[in-house]
Design a binder for this molecule. Structure first.
Ligand code: PBG
Length: 326
């Protein structure tokens, strides 16, 4: 008999396993994305995302007050505007829906971390993330100007962080400049630095009502086949002043997440997107997987790959489990 290595020695009891556990999951690491629309007393279900709703400002405040108490303190806001137009003007209107929600949430939950998603696709009549050239291409530099202007409006309404998700070139630098010029030097930028042109965003487009009316987003979001290019995008954003960066989607891109974690010093978030959520929910509802265990495993995997924070629709549910409330 030769001596064999026995890693199982450290797995024999729950206490031993807990002692040598390399990765943890805490409610404070979770960021909860929410959808807000005009009206009152609204709580409209998103059919492809069971458990996810479109809220009006009043119901959103109540909902997030509860979620805050469970230990999730960061919220990512998406707006569904009253009117859409060519330039997405409700995005940078002081009376726009996200601005109203920011003001109300800042008042109700002054210590919460309010992250404003910064993009035009929910606000444009054509559903693209920027304004268009006559040929129908998204026009980079004029779009960046509108984004910078929107960031200032969001900061004024109380955003702690702005999160540009448009994938235009040079937007982080322009947004930083605009925020600083307008006295919002303390507002941080969390950029969707490596955002792929992913089919996993499918259910989100129902939730946020932002499906492009023609074409796709491949001329601005990244090619799903590319790994090295993600580092280029991330390093550019950090260089331009991003305080935190996002890799999106999460589970299909753990290689990218791991690369990014090794190369930058700023905190890295991963976005477990709508399609990832919907798949787990659908399989769970059918009894094909153990929903709770799969959710926990998915989040731990994302943490293990290098995410400091995770943006996830599961945030309230998981926080309740972690704090033993449910
Ligand atoms: C667009 C945006 C998208 C998501 C967040 N911001 C989708 C898109 O590019 O169409 C997707 C999030 C998700 O799928 O959960 N600004």
């Amino acid at each position: 008999m030769y001596p064999i290595e026995r890693p199982r020695r450290l797995r024999v009891s729950p206490n031993l396993r807990a002692m040598v556990r390399e990765t943890d999951l805490r409610p404070e690491q979770l960021i909860y994305p929410v959808f807000v629309k005009p009206g009152e007393m609204r709580r409209d279900p998103v059919l492809s995302m069971p458990g996810v709703y479109q809220w009006s400002v009043d119901t959103l405040v109540d909902h997030l007050t509860e979620v805050y108490a469970s230990g999730v303190h960061a919220f990512l806001l998406f707006g569904i505007p009253e009117h859409k137009d060519e330039t997405g003007s409700e995005a940078y209107d002081d009376n726009g829906i996200v601005q109203k929600a920011l003001i109300a949430l800042k008042k109700a939950l002054p210590d919460s971390i309010l992250i404003a998603d910064l993009c035009l696709c929910e606000y444009t009549s054509h559903g693209h993330c920027g304004i268009l050239t006559p040929e129908g291409m998204v026009d980079n530099d004029p779009t960046v100007e509108i984004l910078a202007r929107t960031a200032v409006v969001q900061a004024r309404a109380g955003a702690t962080i702005v999160a540009p998700s448009d994938m235009m070139d040079g937007r982080v630098g322009a947004i930083r400049h605009a925020l600083d010029q307008s006295g919002h030097t303390e507002v941080a930028i969390m950029s969707y630095a490596a955002k792929y042109a992913s089919a996993f965003y499918g259910p989100f487009r129902e939730a946020a009502e932002n499906t492009p009316t023609f074409g796709d987003r491949k001329s601005y979001q990244m090619d799903v086949a590319n790994r090295r290019e993600a580092l280029r995008e991330v390093l550019l954003d950090v260089d331009e002043g991003a305080d935190l960066i996002i890799v999106k989607p999460a589970m299909p891109y753990l290689d990218v997440l791991s690369d990014v974690r090794e190369r930058v010093l700023v905190p890295v978030a991963a976005y477990q997107v709508s399609g990832e959520y919907a798949m787990i929910k659908a399989a769970g509802a059918n009894g094909w997987i153990d929903e709770r265990r799969v959710i926990e495993e998915s989040l731990l995997s994302i943490r293990r790959a290098g995410a400091d924070m995770i943006i996830t629709y599961f945030a309230p549910q998981v926080a309740n489990w972690l704090t033993g409330r449910q």
